[in-house]
Design a protein around this ligand. Structure first.
Ligand SMILES: Cc1cc2nc3c(=O)[nH]c(=O)nc-3n(C[C@H](O)[C@H](O)[C@H](O)COP(=O)(O)OP(=O)(O)OC[C@H]3O[C@@H](n4cnc5c(N)ncnc54)[C@H](O)[C@@H]3O)c2cc1C
Length: 395
């Protein structure tokens, strides 16, 4: 059985970033990824400008810009009935790009490999054991952070990770970066009950000639549609609706974009579930595995990458001998700071999609709706303050 310092389950933006930073810090790093990359996934494909700082620290800015992409200039909020509120997006170094996830995720995973992480694709994690007891994972090893917990340095025990093909790996630290339906969280009895209140569908269609470089967030009686070009030829179409309304929305989109009935839509649920604490004794949950973000805001990739970076920082420092509990507490503070002042936008976005008629009414009739949408766009598209102490120490 191969032994690693850190095993990361999931090679999306969260897992790959975490792996890249862990490997660069000199840790023996393993990524176990269920799919064979490149692969698409249900996403609006928009890269929030906040990502540039993390990409810069991974030396990926130029390579990201070299991928096929669309540079998005403005966002249009469209109410039922067609009323539009248009706001500009940042330009230049801090612009928002749309890039297909097949390209972007493959780039970040490849970077982790270049920095020394071992990448195992088409490898699905199915079981976890804790080496102290040999028992299948349960609440046992997942000690919650509390100020009375014994202080310690490094990690004395380890995880045994089993895959669907019967392979086994051992690692001192485990990172669950396996998305909103996280197997790691489920196996550790941490996964909250999902709320199947909405479903998302996604596909790429030929780019209509007059679409231009804009993101359109359109409210319809049955739900919400997000549209953005991802290169010179393709448009990303995302649909979000309550389960009872999704077929009506799909029919609308099929007609609007001439999608044949046998075209397969990618699908995902849940879009909402309770957050899970990200830091445990020798277990971290990052990206969607810890907290699911509203699609409307287009911030999930950033939170994934940034939480991956913060977790790598905490793991590397603990492995180097810093006090474990103090490091975990610092990680938790930096993690909370990342979301500070931004989660209310998520609640607003969710309410808008659940009640598109009310949201449309407000968009149409509020005299200050332009100023409000501009403020929201700026809040989402401006880089957050990532100037925290824990990151400075890693650099
Ligand atoms: C409709 C919609 C639109 C969105 N639009 C945007 C947008 O425009 N911009 C944005 O920033 N965010 C957007 N998001 C959110 C974004 O897609 C996620 O936040 C982001 O993908 C989270 O990254 P992650 O690495 O945490 O998880 P994921 O990207 O989900 O990666 C998890 C990885 O884990 C792997 N995995 C899962 N289980 C196992 C297992 N048992 N063993 C091994 N591997 C496993 C999966 O194959 C996957 O590759 C959108 C979400 C939705 C639903």
């Amino acid at each position: 059985m191969e032994h690693f310092d850190v095993a990361i389950v999931g090679g999306g933006p969260a897992g790959s970033s975490c792996a890249a930073f862990c490997a660069r810090a000199g840790l023996r790093t393993l990524v176990l990824e269920r799919e064979k990359f490149p692969r698409e996934k249900v996403c609006g494909d928009c890269l929030n400008p906040s990502c540039w700082a993390v990409l810069n620290r991974l030396d990926l800015v130029n390579r990201t810009r070299a991928l096929p992409h669309a540079e998005l200039e403005r966002v249009e909020f469209i109410a039922i009935g067609g009323h539009r509120v248009i706001t500009d997006l940042p330009s230049g170094d801090q612009c928002e790009l749309a890039i297909k996830r097949s390209f972007f995720d493959e780039l970040v995973l490849k970077r982790a490999g270049e920095l020394g992480a071992q990448i195992r694709e088409e490898t699905t994690v199915t079981a976890l054991r804790y080496s102290d007891t040999g028992e299948t994972c349960s609440h046992g090893p997942v000690a919650h952070l509390d100020s009375d917990a014994p202080h310690g340095r490094g990690y004395s025990s380890s995880w045994k990770i089993e895959t669907a093909s019967g392979e086994n790996f051992a690692a001192r630290v485990l990172v669950g970066a396996d998305g909103r339906n996280s197997t790691v969280a489920r196996l550790c009895n941490l996964l909250p009950r999902p709320e199947r209140e909405r479903i998302a569908l996604q596909l790429h269609v030929p780019l209509p000639g007059n679409f231009r470089n804009r993101v359109a967030l359109q409210l319809l009686p049955h739900g919400y549609v997000g549209l953005s070009p991802v290169n010179d030829e393709e448009l990303n179409v995302c649909l979000v609706a309550k389960p009872g309304n999704i077929n009506a929305l799909k029919t609308w989109a099929a007609k609007r974009f001439t999608v044949s009935s046998d075209h397969a839509w990618r699908t995902i649920t849940p879009l909402t579930r309770a957050a899970i604490p990200p830091a445990h004794e020798n277990l971290f949950l990052i990206g969607d595995a810890a907290r699911v973000i509203e699609p409307f805001t287009g911030e999930g990739i950033f939170y994934g990458m940034r939480s991956g970076e913060l977790a790598a920082n905490a793991i590397a420092r603990t492995m180097r001998g810093e006090d474990r509990q103090a490091t975990l507490r610092e990680f938790s503070r930096a993690y909370a700071q990342m979301y500070r002042g931004r989660l209310w936008i998520n609640r607003l976005a969710r309410a808008a999609v659940l009640s598109p008629r009310i949201a449309s009414y407000l968009l149409r009739l509020t005299p200050s709706s332009y100023a409000i949408m501009r403020l929201l766009t700026a809040k989402i598209a401006l880089p957050p303050n990532d100037n925290d102490e824990s990151l400075r120490r890693l650099k």
